[in-house]
Design a protein around this ligand. Structure first.
Ligand code: FES
Ligand code: FES
Length: 171
């Protein structure tokens, strides 16, 4: 059967069997391997993507269930060659070691900050509680998300370029 989804803003279609898992559809049919497969049994979170903005473990979703829906994978986080705040946070705070859990962690963090721009330590830990880091780098992952949240809040508070021009500032 043919499945059509919007991935990172672009419509993509591919044939697959009705029983194909979404993670396998993304990796093998769409050729996007940033989404990882760890356990294949909904335990590790390595396969997390955003489905209509909400984190899902894509090994628990059949590809046909995503028909017509919007998917965000790790490949969609950077925009115009710039890392997202969450990606930059992981970079600045050394939030990854082997990197296997990182795409899923970053997508969960992205969804969290969308809902809650100023999360506490505990709220971050709760948000990532379905994602396992086998390198046990949780402390730096939490720091990375706090870093991203602070950066996003600072960016939101900064005057827009048009306001700077109006105020006579050099841009
Ligand atoms: S591969 Fe999906 S939760 Fe582990
Ligand atoms: S960085 Fe290795 S699994 Fe998390």
């Amino acid at each position: 059967m043919k499945v059509t989804v919007t991935v990172n803003g672009a419509e993509r279609s591919a044939d697959c069997e009705a029983r194909t898992l979404l993670v396998d559809f993304i990796r093998t049919r769409l050729g996007m391997t940033g989404t990882h497969v760890g356990c294949d049994t909904s335990s590790c979170g390595a396969c997390t993507v955003l489905l209509d903005g909400r984190p899902v473990k894509s090994c628990t979703v059949l590809a046909p269930m995503a028909e017509g829906r919007a998917i965000t994978t790790v490949e969609g986080l950077a925009q115009g060659g710039r890392l997202s705040a969450v990606q930059d946070g992981f970079h600045q705070e050394h939030g990854l070691q082997c990197g296997f859990c990182t795409p899923g962690m970053m997508l969960v963090a992205t969804a969290l900050l969308e809902q809650n721009p100023n999360p506490t330590d505990d709220e971050i830990r709760w948000a990532i509680s379905g994602n396992i880091c086998r390198c046990t780098g949780y402390m730096n992952i939490v720091k990375a998300v706090l870093h991203a949240a602070a950066a996003q809040r600072a960016a939101a508070a900064a005057p827009a370029p048009a306001e700077l021009v109006a105020a006579g500032a050099r841009t």
